[in-house]
Design a binder for this molecule. Structure first.
Ligand SMILES: Nc1ncnc2c1ncn2[C@@H]1O[C@H](COP(=O)(O)OP(=O)(O)OP(=O)(O)O)[C@@H](O)[C@H]1O
Ligand SMILES: [Mg+2]
Length: 503
């Protein structure tokens, strides 16, 4: 294959105290799909932002069809046919889907925005993505997954020759992810090149023609199609083997900690949910995106309106719609949409890590001595947060490292009942293990854990027991020993488990 469409040589980029990229090379051929992988903070997004004109490099050269190019602005890059789908969602909430797709590039007639054309053009790209999102819908009304689809549509609408996707699937459902694969295959067939970034190595295997690995801002190696295996990717990324989830021995759970009875969410008012989590227990919630898992956690915690039902922590009733009551009773929720609910981006890593403790720790009175002595430095080390110092504003951390700070903030509170929504989204393979260990440690110390995950490996590997949701209800429960990918999927799609079907 002709690999000289894009030829990146010696790219270097420093930030104060951080060497983000050092002498990085990258080749990309026409119609080729190259995956760029690496640990959190390895430099992937920085490299892509440089190619897309978001920020300039300190040194290095970029050639497109053998010609030296400069992409000083995003517009320059787009004119050359390079478009980037950002890792963070960057949409204007108060505008329609169509207006977002063409923001700053609105089709005009006699100098006036041609709304009709904008709508039809938007409908066309959305169609290409095989989504049912409508051009006139306000972005604020979309789920995170749908917003991610709009970001993708926005990049597609540029008619790029090189499309860069920075973790495009982190909030997509399985179905949407598969639709994206089809789009990528179409693009490749029409000669468009794709640079694909993901921490989901299964996806990388599915889409990539070649894998380029970055480690600590440098090239760490590359794999040709036939060499792309999970283990080889991990070894190049981390520099060692990572043992995946070991066989966890389910411990005998203790007292019931969290009791949820007859809970009705606003999303699924006709359903009612009962569940219990015991001390020392790790309970997983599986199901497809849209099954009502996030709504369930948010309603239990009180950030989403509860229509009916009771929630108790250690026998104490927790008032509906009062998250501060939930926190006082020892509950913590780590939400799916972390940017919005969980971090103060302008503040330092240290301040963010202590935010929950300062605000709730004392009044709640459940901070034990052990957690008090656990400083932010300790959390940074345990979660392997890559930052030049604890004084660094969180906004300058890489996506995955921001996620770790959110986790650290709540984990350092030592909650009695911990609700986690997609705890390792955007987090690299090595750090995932650290997070699982922290969660297991919390459980061993007597906390009850309820977590939502769309990653089958995580669900099966971490949970003592799995509740599978379908259409807002718990469709079934699986003990660790009987849970398999098939049994979870079976329940998630609304079918009964074969064994119990005729009971
Ligand atoms: N604007 C900035 N100011 C300071 N440091 C930055 C800035 N942007 C990125 N960095 C740092 O550069 C390094 C590389 O970050 P980058 O976002 O490229 O990582 P990444 O490989 O995309 O990681 P992730 O998988 O977590 O998204 C990190 O240490 C990050 O903290
Ligand atoms: Mg990134």
């Amino acid at each position: 294959m002709n690999r000289s469409l894009l030829d990146v040589r010696g790219l270097t980029k420093h930030f104060p105290g951080v060497r983000a990229l050092h002498n990085v090379d990258l080749l990309l051929g026409a119609g080729e799909v190259v995956a760029v992988i690496g640990e959190n903070g390895a430099g992937k997004s920085t490299l892509m932002k440089i190619l897309a004109g978001v920020q300039p490099p300190d040194a290095g050269e970029v050639r497109l069809n053998d010609e030296l190019i400069q992409t000083a602005t995003v517009r320059d890059a787009q004119k050359l046919g390079i478009a980037l789908i950002h890792q963070e969602l960057n949409l204007a909430d108060n505008l329609s889907v169509a207006a977002n797709i063409f923001l700053g590039r609105e089709p005009r007639r006699f100098g006036i925005i041609n709304f009709g054309k904008m709508r039809t053009d938007a409908a066309q790209v959305l169609d290409r993505l095989r989504t049912s999102i409508r051009p006139d819908t306000l972005v604020s009304r979309l789920t995170i997954g749908q917003q991610q689809m709009v970001e993708i549509a926005k990049a597609l609408s540029v008619d790029a020759r090189i499309l860069i996707m920075d973790e495009p699937t982190s909030s997509l459902s399985q179905h949407e992810t598969e639709q994206l694969y089809e789009v990528i295959a179409d693009l490749r067939d029409s000669g468009v090149s794709v640079i694909y970034i993901s921490h989901r190595l299964g996806e990388v295997r599915a889409v990539a023609d070649r894998v380029v690995v970055l480690r600590d801002g440098e090239n760490a190696g590359a794999l040709e199609k036939e060499d792309i295996t999970h283990d080889k990717m991990v070894r190049l990324m981390v520099g060692r083997d990572v043992t995946s989830l070991r066989d966890r021995e389910s411990t005998n759970p203790g007292e019931p900690l969290l009791h949820v009875r007859g809970l009705q969410t606003t999303a699924y008012p006709e359903q009612s949910v009962d569940l219990e989590v015991r001390a020392g227990e790790i309970v997983g919630i599986g199901g497809l995106v849209g099954a009502g898992r996030t709504e369930l956690l948010e309603t239990v915690f009180g950030v989403a309106a509860r229509r009916a039902g009771t929630v108790e922590v250690s026998g104490d009733i927790v008032r509906a719609n009062h998250p501060e009551d939930s926190i006082a009773s020892g509950m913590a929720l780590i939400p799916e949409d972390r940017k919005q609910y969980a971090l103060v981006l302008e503040m330092a890593v240290r301040a963010n890590l202590n935010l929950a403790r300062i605000r709730y720790g004392h009044r709640a009175g459940f901070v034990n001595r052990k957690s008090e002595s656990r400083t932010s430095v300790d959390m940074i080390k345990r979660l392997n947060v890559r930052t030049p110092s604890e004084a660094q504003p969180v906004q300058y951390l890489s996506g995955g490292n921001q996620q770790k700070v959110v986790l650290g903030k709540w984990l350092s509170l030592n909650p009695r009942v911990l609700l986690l929504d997609e705890p390792t989204r955007g987090i690299d393979v090595g750090s995932k293990q650290e997070i699982y260990e922290l969660v297991e440690q919390l459980a061993r110390d007597g906390a009850g854990i309820l977590f939502v995950s769309s990653e089958m490996e995580e669900l099966l590997g971490l949970a003592d027991r799995i509740l599978v949701m379908h259409d807002g209800a718990i469709a079934g429960e699986l003990a660790r020993a009987e849970a398999t990918e098939e049994s979870v999927m079976h329940l998630a799609t609304g079918a009964p488990i074969p064994e119990t079907a005729d009971v």
